[in-house]
Design a protein around this ligand. Structure first.
Ligand code: AHG
Ligand code: MN
Ligand code: MN
Length: 335
């Protein structure tokens, strides 16, 4: 029988190799795992327990919330607020940072999350996920908004859980990227995809083509050249995918390469991109870089963006390094 490495064992062993590590982080990660197992169960039960459909409410982004956006947010908050490891939380679904209730101790980390990514896909039974990012806090002090406004390079850990045919957790603590599959019978995440690397050569791209008329010239130029295939300047054919769940898109890129773009567009001048820096772009950017890929806004490395607002949106171009650099070079050409 082959030995199976659980996520807990993996993290504890990683922690042992770090001098001075206290075990707090391992414990925090375990609490996130518990929350995600609960979410996995809810998402899986779906219509059987009446959790599908719209909640008829709006979040701070002006997006109509699904019932599961709210339920999954509450699961994350309830699983993390009492633990003593956090000084505060921030969620895509909640306007202001979430305080740790007064009766609980405040810890040395901050957790930021998109509790349900791809929620437009929940009612059509496609893959959705939870994305999270861990930052350091001023220990023992309730976090202020400013405490959250750290660059992506400051992340201690980032990960996402995919609720697809299998439930999987993808994780980085800055030492590569590892993938774990939930064994539903045993209730443990098992290391199934050690040291994930994004293939350099790729012929697949992901972008919502219906927004083409709103893109800037460099993105239009790049995508048009891919579409021209063997007859165009690239001299080869490209394939396109768009799941509309960033978690599924990034997982595909981690396994078989490709480029994902939600670029700047001119639809709404108040939104320079659709995806959120703190809950989507930074954690995914960290993971993609750790797997040998790249993540850019087109003009700046995502992890170097200085956040100004916890709900800030940024253009996102990430995936196989060569292709991301290609798009970035077209931005440079146009400036
Ligand atoms: P969320 O469900 O958390 O709001 O995020 C959805 C995001 C992302 O996962 C996906 O890549 C993108 O929105 C899809 O956008 P379109 O519907 O505009 O294609
Ligand atoms: Mn999302
Ligand atoms: Mn979401």
């Amino acid at each position: 029988m082959t030995t199976q490495v659980t996520l807990t064992q993996f993290i504890i062993e990683q922690q042992r190799s770090m001098p001075g590590a206290s075990g707090d982080f391992t414990s925090l990660l375990n609490d996130i795992v518990t929350a995600c197992k609960r979410i996995s169960h809810m998402v899986n039960r779906g219509a059987l327990i009446g959790v599908l459909g719209s909640a008829e409410t709006e979040n701070v982004q002006g997006e109509t919330q699904k019932k599961l956006d709210i339920i999954t947010n509450d699961i994350m908050v309830e699983a993390l607020e009492w633990t003593g490891h956090l000084a505060g939380m921030a969620s895509e679904e909640i306007d202001d940072p979430i305080d740790i209730p007064a009766q609980y101790p405040k810890g040395k980390y901050l957790a930021l999350f998109d509790p349900l990514d791809g929620s437009s896909n929940i009612d059509v039974n496609l893959t959705v996920g939870t994305i999270f990012s861990i930052l350091r806090a001023r220990e023992g002090i309730a976090a202020s908004v400013e405490d959250f406004l750290q660059k992506g390079t400051d992340q201690v850990c980032a990960g996402f859980v995919l609720y697809g045919p299998s439930t999987m957790m993808i994780l980085t603590t800055g030492h590569g990227v590892n993938g774990f599959t939930l064994d539903q019978d045993v209730g443990e995440f098992i290391l199934t995809h050690p040291d994930m690397r994004i293939p350099e050569k790729t012929n697949e791209f992901a972008i919502n083509m219906s927004n083409r008329r709103f893109w800037e010239e460099p993105v239009r130029r790049y995508v048009d050249e891919l579409m021209e295939g063997e007859d165009g300047p690239r001299g080869e054919n490209f394939n396109m995918r768009w799941v509309a769940s960033m978690v599924a898109e990034v997982y595909r890129i981690l396994t078989r390469g490709g480029i994902f773009m939600y670029p700047f567009d001119t639809r709404d001048p108040s939104k320079p991109g659709k995806l959120r820096l703190m809950y989507e772009a930074n954690p995914m950017g960290f993971i993609v870089e750790q797997a040998g890929g790249a993540a850019s806004t087109g003009r700046e490395r995502i992890l170097d963006v200085k956040p100004e607002d916890i709900h800030q949106r940024v253009p996102v171009i990430l995936g196989s390094k060569n292709e991301v650099e290609h798009v970035v070079s077209y931005h440079q050409d146009s400036e």
